[in-house]
Write a protein that binds this ligand. Structure first.
Ligand code: SF4
Ligand code: ZN
Length: 313
């Protein structure tokens, strides 16, 4: 039996390769929550969390359900009003399964929840977008459309719910992947934007990432030791995205050189701090179609919707 390196007593449930230590269930849960509290402290929200309204945007996957669980746990100490939303992209054979897991999870925690459908809101599904992309009718990849529309919709719901924060389940792996994607694409302004807490200007409800310092492996372990359940399914369109290939590359690097992801996250935060001083503050205005904040006349979501509707009409 491998014993916990911290308490030297209980059976270990995880090996943290970058630190060369093993942790048992109890010590791991403490370690996990310490990372969550560190993220909330560094975001500067911990002292002002009391009485706030939080909308947790979930996919029904392990990370966003973990995020919902930790916010629910904190809601008792900090008197936070927690609600959850899941956006149904309309991806057959994938989304139906996670919606069930999401509803069950919310019922168990007694958290108010809602499912909102992209197809109802925008009159086309991501399955439709994927077919159109694969047959050369549009240039937008399904993940691009899906990501932009989900952010657009979640922000609108958060405004309607008068939420102070939108909480997401982005973990360290997601953040480092985004960092590399921005480097590969040369999108420097985006590098300056991504952090634990973003938004909060002119109609952008601040987005908070409590799992910012938690690795994908730690998130999976937390989910399993708490005996949470959700189907292990991957979206059929994930492999069409650049993120998918960056994820494989990063996992290989992490395996060969443990601690790579942590070091890249530190680098990202240093970049972000120096870049935010250099990049000018962008002037936001309201989209002339939907009224959501944007730097252009028509926001990216409305621009995409107009393009896709051209081929559906
Ligand atoms: Fe949407 Fe892409 Fe995620 Fe699938 S993998 S749910 S298409 S963002
Ligand atoms: Zn718009």
């Amino acid at each position: 039996m491998v014993v916990c390196s911290k308490c030297n007593r209980n059976r270990a449930v995880i090996k943290l390769r970058s630190k060369g230590i093993y942790l048992c269930e109890r010590c791991f849960k403490e370690y996990f929550m310490d990372k969550v509290m560190l993220a909330l402290r560094r975001a500067g929200v911990l002292n002002s969390l009391r009485g706030k309204k939080v909308l947790v945007a979930t996919s029904g996957g392990k990370d966003s359900l973990n995020a919902l669980y930790v916010m629910h746990t904190l809601s008792e100490d900090y008197d936070v009003d927690v609600k959850a939303v899941l956006i149904n992209e309309g991806i057959r054979g994938y989304r139906e399964l996670t919606i069930q897991a999401f509803m069950k999870f919310c019922n168990a925690l007694k958290v108010k929840s809602k499912v909102v459908s992209i197809e109802n809101e925008y009159k086309f599904s991501i399955d439709y977008v994927a077919r159109a992309y694969l047959s050369g009718l549009i240039n937008y990849k399904p993940c691009t459309v899906c990501g932009v529309l989900k952010r657009h919709l979640v922000n609108r719901i958060a405004v309607e719910e008068e939420a102070d924060y939108v909480v997401t389940g982005h973990n360290m792996d997601d953040e480092v992947q985004t960092f590399l994607i921005n480097i590969v694409r040369g999108t420097v302004k985006n590098l300056a934007r991504e952090g634990i807490l973003t938004g909060g200007v002119l109609g952008f409800v601040p987005r908070l990432k409590p799992l910012y310092y938690v690795t994908d492996k730690e998130s999976l372990t937390f989910f399993l030791v708490n005996k949470f359940e959700t189907p292990i399914v991957e979206c059929p369109y994930a492999s069409l995205s650049l993120r998918y290939h960056i994820r494989l590359f990063l996992n290989e690097l992490e395996y060969k050189s443990p601690g790579t992801k942590e070091r890249l996250l530190e680098l990202k935060d240093k970049f972000r701090a120096s870049l935010s001083k250099l990049t000018e503050t962008v002037q936001l205005k309201r989209c002339i179609i939907c009224g959501q904040p944007t730097t252009r006349e028509i926001c990216r979501a409305c621009e995409i919707v107009l393009q896709v509707r051209k081929i559906t009409d």
